[in-house]
Unconditional design. Structure first.
Length: 96
């Protein structure tokens, strides 16, 4: 699994709903920015890492934070699946 922090402001937006896009969730808490990311298909590993963060007494990340991350990840995965399985509308043919 590759959870990673990214602070590069030049990164373009990820395609919302793109099934090949990386999932990235950001949590702001007490002045700290948590950026958690995973590739499509690695969501279970990301949730495992989030659980490990919540179990740690050494950092300011609790089970409520983990639930927020899990909820947002689920929402994004669901949106990606919806866009992947919803057929594109047929383009209108020119009338002539």
């Amino acid at each position: 699994m590759h959870t990673r922090a990214r602070d590069n402001q030049n990164d373009g937006p990820k395609g919302e709903g793109d099934p090949c896009a990386e999932h990235e969730v950001t949590l702001l808490k007490n002045g700290h920015r948590w950026r958690l990311a995973c590739a499509t298909g690695e969501e279970p590993e990301l949730l495992e890492a989030v659980s490990e963060l919540a179990e740690s007494d050494d950092i300011d990340f609790d089970w409520f934070d983990a639930a927020l991350i899990a909820h947002e990840l689920k929402r994004r995965v669901h949106a990606a699946l919806e866009s992947f399985t919803t057929p594109d509308p047929e383009p209108e043919s020119p009338r002539g």
